[in-house]
Design a protein around this ligand. Structure first.
Ligand code: NCD
Length: 314
């Protein structure tokens, strides 16, 4: 059941929960995202302690389309945190002002603590290097829309898998749908660390590491690409070493299957040149589009009885 639930980790949700969410997203798509009033009178607070364009604005757009209102901040500049107020006190305050709180924060494992402070449901919009569950839901939904299914496909992930939370949550999301093997393509030092590999093995997925996309591209159905997470390195000099170390050019896509789909959570840097945009492989702007029905579904399932309506109970 979604109602009043915190959305902190994708693995807290079952396949059935996610299918209910996708069904709701389909309903919003069928009505072409027409404005509704189901969240009229509800307030969503956004607390972004880290930069964001898509996640914050798509949550806001989703809330507006459902008739609700939005308050919040997109950086700590201009808030009382500049005077030394703690994130905890800031969240306590937003909790009294709103009906749902959407938070992005650079700290690892901070969301659990925030959720304990807040009476209202909390949605994790990006947490350190580990979690970004709503992006993973958008990614899985895009695959269903593009390929008709999640199971039975060959998946590859490419780039800074060590530091990027999106790709880690994408892999965790695939584990919920029974995927057993994923190809990781990255420079050795950007491969996921041991603890992630172990935790995902425990969830039934074996990661196979390669350094060159050319060696695996021909067998992939879906390739998930992420940028170098420069801000997560201890210093810029270290990050520079990897700049340009992986770039998906058209040349490298030569032996790709005709119906390969490339996903990218965006923003992109040099790893995904714009020459790929006009190929049938590019699905990353579709991800941007699908983020609206998926986030509309998240908000309406958490804030209303719509799940019971879906089940025909009311
Ligand atoms: C990502 C993030 O914040 O982790 N952005 C997003 O939400 N689509 C990806 C990134 O910054 O690389």
């Amino acid at each position: 059941m979604w109602k009043n639930r915190d959305l902190i980790e994708i693995t807290d949700f079952t396949r059935k929960d996610i299918e209910i969410l996708f069904k709701q997203a389909d309903i919003f798509l069928e009505t072409r995202l027409a404005p509704l009033k189901i969240l009229e009178g509800k307030i969503m607070a956004t607390a972004f302690f880290e930069p964001s364009t898509r996640t914050r604005l798509s949550f806001e757009a989703a809330m507006h389309r459902l008739g609700g209102s939005v308050i919040g901040f997109s950086s700590t500049a201009g808030t009382s945190m500049e005077k030394g107020e703690s994130p905890e006190d800031t969240i306590r305050m937003l909790d009294t002002y709103s009906d749902v709180i959407v938070i992005r924060h650079p700290g690892e494992g901070v969301m659990e603590g925030f959720a304990r402070l807040a009476k209202q449901p909390l949605i994790n919009a990006g947490e350190g290097q580990t979690n970004h569950p709503t992006q993973a839901l958008v990614d899985l939904y895009t695959i269903i829309k593009e390929k008709g299914k999640i199971e039975g496909l060959e998946y590859g992930v490419m780039g800074d898998v060590k530091h990027a939370r999106t790709v880690k949550d994408f892999i965790k999301g695939l584990s919920i749908f029974g995927i057993r093997e994923i190809t990781v393509v990255s420079p050795k030092k950007l491969a996921p660390d041991e603890s992630f590999v172990k935790s995902i093995e425990w969830r039934g997925i074996k990661l196979n590491h390669y350094e060159k996309i050319e060696d695996v591209i021909s067998r992939l159905d879906v390739l998930y690409l992420v940028r170098l997470q420069v801000e997560r390195f201890s210093n810029l000099r270290e990050a520079k070493e990897f700049k340009g170390s992986y770039i998906l050019t058209l040349e490298k896509l030569k032996s790709a299957k005709k119906d390969l789909r490339i996903l990218h959570p965006l923003p992109r840097t040099e790893e995904l040149p714009s020459e790929v945009d006009n190929t049938p492989y590019a699905a990353y702007f579709k991800q941007v589009f699908y983020s609206i029905p998926v986030r509309m579904a998240i908000l309406s399932l958490i804030l209303t009885d719509i799940e019971r309506v879906q089940e025909g109970l009311i």
